[in-house]
Design a binder for this molecule. Structure first.
Ligand code: NDP
Length: 327
């Protein structure tokens, strides 16, 4: 495993990590979830990603039970949660980034995860109804209380992140140090354009999500319509519509030819491509089967096989590389 510095923090994070969205507490049973965590940990993964909304709290409960059972040394791994969406009764104040929901959400996540502190605590989305200063103050409070170690944002705009830094500096509070955006061959703008300023001047680290665009970049949708996948799950029609388009599949097919020539699998190639970006601190993997995780963890060994010429060839196929005007 390779370890990367998490932005400006003193933390070393494994370049590949494991997430639980749609799998833990939902698509897979708890025994398989445990197998995945053991496989990841034994391969050097030191970060496990979670959120209050995943399977409406169940994902954190499943992960918490596993952590409790496995009794890994607490200093050998990091676990995250994310606050924003809530999931209780949809009453006012049960979601968002107010002081009330942040503090209550953190306490609830600590209980479900069965840990004394959360290593990385994210604001899952920006909250237009809460002043950013209130959110920064609340995260700062949690750090002072020892309930979280670092805080970050997920899918915030660069402007919102900058404002959080500004408020933190002005009020001598601890700023966000990590952002969790989507990043993969089909989704590049935030990581390769919008955030360049905050990488350069704020030194943010990133824990990027959906490296395979929910499985599209595995290539399995090219010649068949597999039925045992997240895109065929009830309630996932929106994700299928968003991700499974003809335009994307044409690109996936062309990228697969390069992966084939390199004699690596398409998922490994697509994940290694994410790692080529130095602003990526960790790629969060998702897996519904152990053999998927085993395959994806090998991406680390594919990284050095991807040449600069190949990167240019990929850019040409994808034709979505942001054009930078001000850098
Ligand atoms: P991916 O885009 O990599 O999708 C993972 C899914 O793709 C797997 O569950 C599996 O689904 C399929 N897959 C994975 N590997 C293979 C393979 N080798 N061959 C074939 N199919 C494969 O990542 P996720 O979308 O799961 O995102 C990763 C993590 O990021 C999440 O678990 C979560 O922790 C985090 N995340 C954060 C978000 C945020 O807003 N902050 C949003 C989304 C995710 P199947 O077998 O069902 O097809």
């Amino acid at each position: 495993m390779e370890y990367r510095k998490l932005g400006n923090t003193g933390i070393q994070i494994s370049a590949l990590s494991l997430g639980s969205w749609l799998t833990f507490g939902k698509q897979i049973d708890n025994a398989l979830a445990e197998e995945l965590m053991i496989k990841a940990y034994d391969s050097g993964v030191n970060f496990f990603d979670n959120a209050e909304i995943y399977a409406r709290g169940k994902s954190e409960e499943v992960m918490g039970d596993i952590l409790h059972r496995l009794k890994w040394n607490r200093s050998s791994f990091m676990v995250s949660s994310k606050v924003y969406f809530g999931f209780e009764e949809n009453k006012p104040n049960q979601r968002g980034l107010s002081r009330k929901h942040i503090l209550e959400g953190c306490d609830a996540a600590l209980k479900r995860l069965r840990v004394d502190y959360i290593d990385l605590f994210f604001c899952h989305r920006p909250d237009k109804n809460t002043p950013i200063l209130e959110t920064v103050q609340s995260m700062n409070t949690l750090i002072q209380q020892g309930k979280i170690l670092y805080w970050g944002t997920s899918e915030w705009s660069a402007q919102e992140i900058l404002q959080a830094h500004l408020e933190a500096e002005r009020h001598h509070l601890i700023p966000p140090v990590i952002e969790q955006p989507q990043y993969n061959m089909l989704e590049r703008k935030k990581m390769e354009d919008d955030y360049l300023h905050i990488f350069r001047y704020q030194g943010m680290g990133t824990t990027i999500w959906s490296p395979l665009s929910s499985g599209i970049l595995s290539g399995k949708y090219l010649s068949q319509n597999p039925s045992d996948t997240r895109l065929s799950m009830d309630g996932m029609e929106w994700l299928r519509e968003r991700n499974l388009t003809e335009e994307k599949l044409v690109k996936v097919k062309a990228i697969k030819i390069i992966a084939d020539e390199l004699k690596v699998t398409l998922p490994q190639f697509a994940i290694a491509w994410c790692l080529k970006n130095n602003h990526v601190s960790t790629v969060i993997l998702g897996a519904s089967k152990v053999k998927q995780l085993e395959e994806n963890l090998e991406a680390i060994n594919v990284l050095s096989l991807i040449s600069s010429d190949m990167m240019l060839q990929i850019d040409e196929i994808l034709s979505n590389k942001p054009v930078l005007s001000d850098f």
